[in-house]
Design a binder for this molecule. Structure first.
Ligand code: NAI
Length: 245
């Protein structure tokens, strides 16, 4: 594969979809990872190809250690190298702590935090061999400020920030950078389900007084994936309309 290869997890919709399309427009061969919806993932590939880019699909549940290992082995075998990893896959199971089930706590940690561990764990050997690589983890403003009703989600995203800084320190000597993006409220299917009153209360906390769009996150991911960001590692970049400052 002559082009640089980028893997985006959970890329069949929302922020991941936009990151995949933006990286493809920037010249990457993009692996669109999905777990559930092959049809929606295919739509992303079709969009990428219609815009003159290239990429392929890969089904994998990133919370599964063995499945993730298999995905990385097959991608390295097929393409020879993976240059950019964007850990975007994520879920919410919101509830106040008094009502939060053990299953909902575990599911969010396993997808959001362990999913990042799994992909990084199984790609690191290859990136070390390449002596290059860019890892971008999608955290959240909730992991920085905390958010009532999101104990599981905020803990998973704060965990991602600790993981990011540690991976940045472990891998820096081999030219691999690891950064996190902490989005604020972004218009996607994840936030669409919030009630009007919750959305209004959220807007009140945002200095720019509006939700962001998927392109706001995708542009930052594309910058961190590019050689313009070669000297940036271990950072948490806030793209949140000013919420965390
Ligand atoms: P979304 O719900 O539209 O997309 C999430 C994607 O992850 C879906 O395609 C889903 O199928 C995939 N996914 C879930 N579990 C998976 C698994 N086990 N393996 C592979 N793929 C899996 O959500 P959205 O809004 O696009 O969020 C993307 C990322 O951005 C998430 O990590 C989310 O936590 C984060 N984020 C989103 C914010 C927002 O306001 N929308 C704010 C801050 C962070």
């Amino acid at each position: 594969m002559d082009k640089k290869v980028a893997l985006v997890t959970g890329a069949s919709r929302g922020i991941g979809r936009q990151i995949a399309i933006t990286l493809a427009a920037q010249g990457f061969f993009v692996i669109v990872n999905f777990n559930g919806s092959a049809q929606r993932a295919q739509e992303v590939i079709d969009t990428i190809k219609n815009q003159g880019g290239d990429g392929s699909l890969y089904q994998c549940n990133v919370s599964d250690f063995a499945e993730t290992e298999q995905m990385m082995k097959e991608l390295v075998k097929s393409y020879g190298h993976v240059d950019v990893l964007v850990n975007n896959a994520g879920i919410t199971r919101d509830n106040l702590i008094m009502k939060m089930s053990e299953a909902d706590f575990d599911a969010v940690i396993e997808t959001n935090l362990k999913g990042c561990f799994n992909t990084i764990r199984h790609l690191t050997r290859q990136m070390l061999k390449q002596r290059s690589g860019k890892i971008i983890n999608i955290a959240s403003v909730s992991g920085v400020l905390g958010n009532a009703g999101q104990a599981n989600y905020a803990a998973s995203k704060a965990g991602i920030i600790g993981l990011t800084k540690t991976m940045a320190r472990e891998l820096a000597s081999r030219g691999i950078t690891v950064n996190a993006i902490a989005p604020g409220f972004i218009n996607t299917e994840m936030t669409e389900v919030l009630s009007d009153s919750v959305k209004e209360a959220a807007v009140e906390q945002i200095p720019l007084k509006r939700f962001g769009e998927t392109k706001d996150i995708a542009e930052m991911a594309a910058f961190l994936a590019s050689d313009k960001a070669d000297y940036i590692t271990g950072q948490v970049i806030h793209v949140d309309g000013g919420m965390a400052m």
